[in-house]
Design a protein around this ligand. Structure first.
Ligand code: CA
Length: 231
């Protein structure tokens, strides 16, 4: 298993470096940002598995940043741990209501932080693994690796399955071929972009007899989108 990527957003350099050092030593890949703006860029570039965000930041509060990410369907599933120097219970409540998955109060030990990160990551993985996704009668059971239309099984190859799973967890959003390669095949494989079109065709063909091929939509000049709405 490849190591998990953590994005740290913290404006105080010594603290950020101390956290980064502890996390790298624990086997995580780490990206560092000094404010939310830089954090947003790294979110796209590094695709972290979890974000540690400080509450007090120069451009936006960590709480507001958390709220924004949890409102956006493309980042809603991303686990977030808020860091704060304040220990008041009201802050904790506000943080969790804002959508943070956990809350760590400064000062904390690297060991404590790693334990909290691992707990949140474990929870995030279990949630996803047990989920059955459903759109208009098309079911995808992530735990059983099965796709069912009404009461009939949809037979898919492994790549088409992964593609459909990705689409169903990221609906109503356009992805370029390059993004699909990255997200469905994983970043470091060499696959030609037109290979995507082949798998899209196969996926549509498998869904066609159930009438669900219309969900896999071509967006001219941009890529593909999974949507239950008309094109
Ligand atoms: Ca700060």
């Amino acid at each position: 298993m490849s190591s998990k990527r953590i994005l740290i957003i913290e404006d105080e350099k010594p603290i950020r470096e101390m956290i980064a050092f502890g996390l790298r030593r624990a086997g995580f890949e780490v990206a560092e940002a000094q404010d939310c703006r830089a954090g947003r860029t790294l979110l796209v570039d590094k695709r972290p598995d979890l974000i540690l965000v400080d509450w007090m930041l120069p451009d936006m509060s960590g709480l507001e940043f958390t709220r924004q990410l949890k409102r956006d369907t493309s980042t809603r599933e991303l686990p977030i741990i808020l860091l704060t120097a304040r220990a008041e219970e009201t802050d904790k409540v506000a943080g969790l209501e804002g959508g943070a998955d956990d809350y760590v109060t400064k000062p904390f030990s690297p060991r404590e932080l790693v334990a909290r990160i691992n707990a949140v990551l474990r929870r995030a993985t279990t949630d996803v693994a047990g989920e059955v996704l459903e759109f208009d009668g098309l079911h995808l059971d992530q735990a059983g690796h099965r796709v069912v239309a009404g009461d009939r099984a949809v037979i898919l190859g492994p790549t088409e399955y992964r593609m459909l799973e990705f689409f169903m967890t990221h609906p109503e959003r356009v992805y370029s071929r390059e993004q699909l390669l990255d997200r469905v095949w994983g970043g470091n494989v060499y696959v030609e972009e037109r290979t995507i079109d082949v798998h899209i065709r196969r996926l549509r063909k498998a869904l066609e007899e159930f009438g669900y091929d219309r969900f896999v939509q071509t967006v001219r000049g941009a890529g593909y989108r999974f949507s239950t709405r008309a094109e």
